[in-house]
Design a protein around this ligand. Structure first.
Ligand code: GDC
Length: 331
């Protein structure tokens, strides 16, 4: 039985990944900076650590005796968070750096780094409905300030640890991952969850208008969590050492996504466009040609179906009076 370490196990993607690895019968070690009571998904039977992976000693401790590492740990959130916390986002470089050093020390077999579509050159994302971003579009480098620079730098560090020290590394660039058991309030939520929450609140409280950041014409592609895990696993288990997009090529405007959520909610609302709120790039989507050809992976769940599952989960949370902000504050 292989021993997996999931870093960032208390977060959204990390929590789902831990569950999947356990369902497959693996021995899983979990680490996160948050106290365990704030993890989105917590499984007592695993070896669970609440500690700061920015510290090398802690990285040495959790990697000891593990074969495979998934690093999902970073200080992150949607546009509202990453535009206003650039230094915090860049400090995540210490997590990747110290984990890589610990991998060498503890002779780990393979290391995975979760990068982001935020590494892509901003010049290629200036219009709405732009062509999907190909992996090569990350260079020349002009990533998202703060968060994107950290991701791009850390990608390269993985590459050089492979070249110089022979450590097997795998890197993917996620494109806006969403789904149940994730952040939908508190300031770190991304657009799909934020807009589900706003529409649910409007419907429950008989309010006829929702706030939308920007003019609603900006575009993105969104990837459902199950697709994200499938793509992640395929890249991790592949012999290919390239960097791949793991995202959807279903590009929609924010207005089109709101239309879908309104259809799910069976409601039609007015939109108050807030032009002074964080907007990020004007247009972004994933080109999956490379991962389709080389890894034989493409996402299966379309946005409408994924939103339906996400909406239902958020609806149940709000109805039962819970909120996730306690899971998502900074540590
Ligand atoms: O936050 P996000 O999902 O991140 O925002 C997408 C677009 O939706 C932005 O233009 C934003 O202004 C708009 N938007 C409209 N209303 C709202 O209520 C809202 N809340 C939010 N959050 N957005 C709203 C993300 C990063 C991630 C990750 C992915 C990778 O950027 O924030 O950390 O790396 O990219 O693809 P987004 O897609 O810009």
């Amino acid at each position: 039985m292989s021993k997996y370490l999931v870093c960032g196990a208390g977060g959204f993607i990390g929590g789902h990944l831990v569950k999947r690895l356990m369902d497959q019968g693996n021995d899983v070690v979990c680490a996160d900076i948050k106290p365990t009571e704030y993890w989105f998904q917590y499984f007592e039977e695993n070896q669970n650590y609440s500690l700061d992976l920015k510290e090398y000693e802690n990285c040495l401790k959790v990697t000891e005796g593990t074969d495979f590492i998934y690093n999902m740990a970073c200080n992150m959130g949607g546009m509202g968070f990453i535009e206003n916390n650039k230094a915090e986002c860049m400090l995540s470089v210490l997590i990747n750096t110290n984990l890589l050093r610990a991998c060498i020390q503890n002779k780990v077999s393979k290391y995975f780094f979760s990068s982001s579509a935020c590494v892509y050159n901003g010049q290629k994302q200036k219009e709405i409905f732009v062509p999907g971003l190909k992996e090569a579009d990350a260079y020349p480098a002009e990533p998202e300030d703060g968060y994107g620079w950290e991701k791009l730098f850390s990608e390269r560090m993985c590459r050089h640890f492979t070249e110089d020290f022979g450590l097997e590394t795998r890197v993917v660039r996620y494109h806006n991952v969403y789904g149940p058991i994730g952040t939908y309030d508190g300031g770190r939520e991304k657009a799909p969850a934020a807009l589900c929450r706003k529409i649910i609140n409007a419907k429950m409280n008989n309010i006829d208008t929702i706030d939308v950041w920007g003019d609603g014409k900006q575009t993105r592609s969104f990837m459902y969590i199950d697709d994200c895990l499938d793509g992640t696993e395929k890249v991790f288990n592949s012999s290919k050492k390239e960097v791949y997009n793991v995202g959807s090529s279903e590009q929609v405007s924010i207005n089109q996504m709101i239309d879908m959520i309104e259809e799910i909610a069976k409601v039609k609302l007015k939109r108050n466009f807030q032009l002074d709120k964080p907007k990020g790039v004007r247009g972004r989507s994933s080109d999956n040609t490379k991962i389709e050809n080389e890894i034989n992976w493409s996402p299966k769940i379309n946005l409408k179906d994924g939103l339906e599952k996400t909406y239902k989960w958020i609806f149940d949370q709000i109805k039962s009076g819970s909120n996730t902000s306690k899971y998502t504050r900074s540590y």
